[in-house]
Design a protein around this ligand. Structure first.
Ligand code: FAD
Ligand code: SF4
Length: 405
């Protein structure tokens, strides 16, 4: 069960590893609809429409959280950035920290930035400003520059900083007798099911909205960071070492990336106390999981356990209660919201071309535009929004005006 697509992906799916096959078989026997996840690691060598060639992935598994030395991952360093440089109209000024967007109440005529190597301040004039500094700095720079009304959770007025959402994660580990070649893999290699995502399943007896995708990834296991042992194993000594060596290749994990819905008291604003080294206020995040999130995670956790048991795990460990939000341990980097897209300037910050309602020559691109986060990775949608913004920017250059459709 995958969402309908207007066109096929340009390259076929990645290879299916043994653990991915067992996952798919178990999911099918539970009546689910597994498929191989779309990934930026390429299954075969591909030359994109801009003429940039991306190599076939070697499944070396190095890129789980790192770059690919072999140029087999479609990241901007080998795709859009060289293409932009070739035009001769693109310059990268590294170590430039933009601290404010100039704003006269209607338009922007550039940005103020500091060269972090010399401490020198500059003004960069611009006809159009495109803000692409990730969810956090998109929100922070608008607040710092006085563009758009800051969100106030008490009065529920204002827009900048509102609808901050995260990703509601659930995970489970299964301990197996059989061994898997988990050292091989690729950064986004995996299989998934969407049967418990969005409205793809019956919610009538459930106490939450939406859902999440369920995925088994084969991304390679890092030798020090990965040390799974079943509960009850001593935390040090001979027994721990033996269990650690035994289970290194006999533990499979499943995860669910659940949707995160907006709440009145989950928001971003400028910190009244803490500043950065320039004396500019830091961004403050006010956030916690809600009952909706906890119920969703508990449901997904139970589904993960079912699938792992069907896969043949001897023992499954899951965490059905996500409790309160905490940045530790690392859960995900999928932050969204703060500068949301909408049809009305009273309730949103940008229109459907990512153009600011309050500053028509400023385009704010990123997952900051998401009114809520869905049960998926955010970046493909960020890419799609970039194309949408580019369309709007080209049209605005020809005829400067508010663009909303
Ligand atoms: C470890 C990790 C794993 C991830 N895995 C996945 C995944 O599997 N799938 C997925 O969909 N997403 C994943 N993400 C999320 C993904 O990286 C982001 O969604 C994506 O990079 C957002 O793109 P962006 O262009 O909006 O922001 P970014 O890629 O963060 O780019 C923002 C740029 O702006 C620059 N910048 C910021 N502030 C300023 C300033 N004041 N002045 C000048 N420059 C500034 C930054 O240096 C940066 O280069 C992952 C993130 C991390 C950290
Ligand atoms: S697994 Fe990752 S690092 Fe290795 S070749 Fe493939 S894309 Fe590159």
């Amino acid at each position: 069960m995958t969402a309908p697509r207007s066109t096929e992906f340009p390259t076929p799916p990645m290879k299916q590893t043994k653990s991915m096959r067992i996952f798919a078989e178990a999911a099918e026997s539970l009546g689910l609809h597994p498929y191989i996840s779309a990934s930026a690691n390429l299954s075969e060598t591909y030359t994109n429409p801009d003429g940039k060639t991306i190599n076939q992935c070697m499944y070396c598994s190095f890129c789980e959280r790192f770059g690919c030395d072999y140029q087999a991952k479609s990241d901007p360093l080998i795709t859009v950035i060289p293409t932009a440089l070739e035009t001769g109209n693109f310059e990268i000024r590294t170590h430039s920290n933009v601290r404010e967007i100039a704003y006269d109440g209607n338009q922007s005529d550039g940005v103020y930035f500091t060269d972090t190597r010399t401490g020198e301040d500059y003004f960069q004039p611009a006809d159009i400003v495109i803000l692409t500094s990730y969810v956090m700095n998109n929100t922070r720079l608008l607040l710092q520059s006085g563009i758009g009304d800051p969100y106030d959770p008490e009065s529920e007025t204002g827009v900048i900083g509102k609808n901050y959402c995260y990703q509601v994660m659930a995970s489970a580990q299964g301990f197996f007798d059989e061994q898997f070649n988990l050292y091989a893999g690729a950064g986004a290699l995996g299989g998934q099911v969407d049967d418990y995502n969005a409205d793809n399943f019956d919610h009538s007896d459930l106490d939450f909205l939406h859902g999440g995708t369920i995925q088994h990834t084969n991304t390679g296991i890092r030798p020090i960071a990965t040390n799974p042992v079943p509960p009850g194993t001593p935390t040090w000594g001979k027994e721990f070492k033996e269990a650690s060596a035994h289970y290194f290749y006999r533990t499979l994990s499943l995860g669910s990336q659940g949707a995160s819905l907006p709440y009145r008291y989950n928001y971003l604003d400028l910190d009244p106390t803490y500043t950065d080294s320039h004396g500019d206020p830091l961004l403050r995040m006010t956030y916690n999981f809600t009952e909706q999130d906890r119920n969703l995670a508990a449901h997904q956790s139970a589904r993960l356990t079912e699938i792992l048991e069907e896969m043949g795990a001897n023992e499954v460990v899951s965490n059905p209660d996500i409790g309160d939000y905490n940045i530790m341990p690392y859960q995900t980097t999928h932050n969204t919201g703060g500068v949301i897209m909408g049809a009305d300037s009273e309730t949103s910050a940008v229109n459907n071309y990512l153009q600011m309602w309050d500053c028509e020559n400023l385009f704010v691109v990123g997952a900051s535009a998401f009114p809520h986060n869905s049960g998926y990775n955010p970046t493909p949608t960020v890419g799609a929004l970039s194309y949408r913004a580019a369309e709007g920017i080209l049209s605005y250059l020809e005829d400067p005006r508010p663009l909303a459709e």
